[in-house]
Design a binder for this molecule. Structure first.
Ligand SMILES: Cc1cc2nc3c(=O)[nH]c(=O)nc-3n(C[C@H](O)[C@H](O)[C@H](O)COP(=O)(O)OP(=O)(O)OC[C@H]3O[C@@H](n4cnc5c(N)ncnc54)[C@H](O)[C@@H]3O)c2cc1C
Length: 471
C-alpha cells in the first residue's frame, strides 16, 4: 500500500525529523507530516537558528565598535547595523539548514507528506489540509511542538505587541524595546537589540533574571546588563499593555506595589510557550492530556497503545518538561530505538544542559546550589572567574565565572553553572562529568589545555577543594 507506513510522525521539528531519521536508519518505512513550507520546526525556522544568527551579528558589531582596542583602523563614520543584510544573511542560514533536512529525508527515503495531520482512529492519520489522504501506520509519533503564548490581559497583535516569531524578522531596530520575561528567549533578544542600538528594558515577574539558573548567575547577568545599559525590572508584573500607532503603553506593578508606566516602540512577550494540539484530535482518540500537553510515560508512550509523543508538546507529569531542541531530539532517538525493539533507558533530565546565548553566555547542568541544599546535600561550592584567564584576556572577554556545586560527603559533582565567554560550549564537559558521576577530584585530575577558556572549569574544580592555583 503506497500510504501505509511502519511509523508516521506528525511534525518535522527537532523532535520529529530526528526521530524519523533514526527510525529510517533502523529499517522502518517512515512518513513525516509537516504543515510548514519547510522542515525543521521552531528550532530551525523561528527559534535556535535565527536567534543565534542574530546574536552573531550583534557580536560582530561589538567587535567592530571596539576596533580601536584591536588595533584596527576603520575610516569615517561610526559602524551601524544594516537590518536588510542582517535579515538576508539570517534567512540564508535558515534556508540552508531546512534544505539540509530535506536532503536527509531523501537520503533516508523518508516521505514528507505536506499538510496538517489529524489522528483518525487506530493506526490512522488523516491529512486534512494540503495533500489530503489517510495514512496507515503501525506506530504514530506526535511531535507537534509548541507556540508562543501570552499571559492573561496582554493581547499579542503581532505588530506592536510581538512574540519571538516577529522579533527574529524585524527590518528596523526599534528605538525602545520592552521585553516581558527574562527566560532564555527574553534575555537573548535583550542582548541582540541592545547591541543593535535599542533602549531595552526587561521586566521579570520573579525576583531575579533567568530565574531557573543558579542565583549567582542571575546576579552576574544583572550586573552585566546594567553595564551594557539594559534596564532590568525584577519582581515586577506587567498589568496592562495597549498598542497604538505611536507605540505601546505599558503599566507594571513594582515589588512595592507601586504602578509604573512605560512607553515603548515594541513590547516583546517572552513569557513561555504552550503545546500545539489544536485540531490534532488527540483527546478524541482517547489520549490523556494535562493542561493541554500530551501525557507520556518515561519512554514517551501516551495512554493509547502505538501512539508516542515527544518534544515541546509533552508532559511527563513530573514538573516542567524542558522545551529544548536537544531534549526533543534525544527523546526522538529514544522512541525510534524503542520502536525498533532496542533496550532503551529513560532519560535523566538532571543531566540536560541548559544554554542561554545572551551576552555574556550562560551554560548550566544539574542542581543549583539552592536546589542541592534543599535536597539535603552537605554542599560545597567553588568558583573561578574568567577574568583571571590568559585566554579570556586575549579575547577581551573577562566577564563571569564557572561555579561547581558538589556533595561534600562523596565529592560528587551535582551541578556546574557558568556565565561568560564560550559557556554554551564549555558546559559539554560538565554534562559528561555529571553523566559519568564524576567527583571533583576527577575533574581536578583532568588536564585542561593551556591557554584555553576550559581552564576555568579545571580551576573551578580546584577552587571547590579550596586550592585554585591562579586565585
Ligand atoms: C526564539 C526561540 C529560541 C530558541 N532557542 C533555543 C536554543 O538555542 N536551544 C534549544 O535547545 N532550544 C531553543 N528553543 C526551543 C526549541 O526551538 C524547541 O524546544 C524545539 O524546536 C522543540 O522541537 P519539537 O520538535 O518538539 O517541536 P517544533 O520544533 O515546534 O516542531 C513541531 C512541528 O510540528 C508541526 N505541526 C504541528 N502540528 C501539526 C499538524 N497537526 N500537522 C502537521 N504538522 C504539524 C509544526 O509546523 C512544526 O514544524 C528556542 C525556541 C524559541 C522560540
Amino acid at each position: 500500500m503506497p500510504n501505509s507506513y511502519d511509523v508516521v510522525i506528525i511534525g518535522a521539528g527537532t523532535g520529529g525529523y530526528v526521530a524519523a531519521i533514526r527510525c529510517a536508519q533502523l529499517g522502518k518505512k517512515v512518513a513525516v507530516v509537516e504543515k510548514q513550507k519547510s522542515l525543521g520546526g521552531t528550532c530551525l525556522i523561528w527559534g535556535c537558528i535565527p536567534t543565534k544568527a542574530l546574536l552573531e551579528h550583534a557580536h560582530a558589531l561589538k567587535v567592530i565598535r571596539d576596533a580601536k582596542e584591536w588595533g584596527v583602523t576603520i575610516p569615517s563614520a561610526a559602524p551601524a547595523i544594516d537590518m536588510n543584510q542582517v535579515q538576508s544573511r539570517k534567512d540564508r542560514i535558515v534556508n540552508g539548514l531546512t534544505r539540509g533536512v530535506e536532503f536527509l529525508f531523501k537520503k533516508n527515503k523518508i516521505d514528507w507528506i505536506k499538510g496538517t495531520a489529524r489522528l483518525a482512529g487506530k493506526g490512522k492519520v488523516e491529512i486534512v489540509e494540503g495533500e489530503k489522504q489517510t495514512l496507515e501506520a503501525t506506530e504514530i509519533v506526535i511531535a507537534t511542538g509548541s507556540s508562543a503564548r501570552s499571559v492573561p490581559g496582554i493581547e499579542i497583535d503581532h505588530a506592536r505587541i510581538i512574540t519571538s516569531d516577529e522579533a527574529i524578522g524585524l527590518k528596523e531596530v526599534p528605538k525602545t524595546l520592552v521585553i516581558m520575561g527574562s527566560g532564555a528567549v527574553g534575555v537573548e533578544f535583550a542582548s541582540i537589540y541592545r547591541r543593535f542600538g535599542s533602549e531595552v528594558t526587561v521586566i521579570e515577574l520573579l525576583p531575579r533574571l533567568v530565574p531557573l539558573e543558579d542565583e549567582a548567575i542571575s546576579a552576574e547577568l544583572e550586573k552585566s546588563f546594567k553595564k551594557q545599559g539594559i534596564k532590568s525590572l525584577t519582581g515586577t508584573k506587567v498589568t496592562k499593555a495597549v498598542a497604538g500607532a505611536g507605540g505601546v503603553d505599558i503599566e507594571a506593578q513594582t515589588p512595592d506595589g507601586q504602578s509604573q508606566k512605560l512607553k515603548a516602540d515594541l513590547l516583546l512577550v517572552a513569557t513561555g510557550r504552550g503545546p500545539v494540539t489544536t485540531g490534532l484530535g488527540a483527546e478524541q482518540v482517547g489520549i490523556a492530556m494535562e493542561k493541554g500537553y500530551i501525557k507520556v510515560d518515561d519512554l514517551y508512550r501516551t495512554s493509547v497503545p502505538n501512539i508516542s509523543a515527544i518534544g515541546d508538546v509533552i508532559t511527563l507529569g513530573t514538573g516542567a518538561h524542558p522545551q529544548l531542541a536537544h531534549v526533543s531530539s534525544a527523546e526522538g532517538i529514544l522512541v525510534a530505538e524503542r520502536l525498533a525493539g532496542q533496550d532503551v533507558r529513560p532519560i535523566n533530565y538532571d543531566h540536560v544542559p541548559s544554554c542561554t546565548y545572551c551576552d555574556p553566555e550562560i551554560g548550566s547542568v544539574g542542581l543549583t546550589e539552592a536546589e542541592a541544599r534543599q535536597k539535603g546535600y552537605d554542599v560545597r561550592v567553588g568558583s573561578f572567574p574568567f577574568g583571571v584567564l590568559g585566554r579570556a584576556k586575549m579575547a577581551g572577554e573577562g566577564e563571569g565565572f564557572v561555579k561547581i556545586v558538589a556533595d561534600k560527603k562523596y565529592d560528587e559533582i551535582l551541578g556546574v553553572h557558568m556565565i561568560g565567554p564560550r559557556s554554551t560550549e564549555l558546559v559539554a564537559e560538565a554534562v559528561l562529568a555529571l553523566r559519568l558521576e564524576c567527583t571533583v577530584e576527577e575533574l581536578i585530575k583532568t588536564i585542561h589545555a593551556h591557554p584555553t577558556f576550559s581552564e576555568a572549569v579545571g580551576e573551578a574544580a580546584h577552587a571547590t577543594h579550596g586550592a585554585a592555583i591562579h586565585l
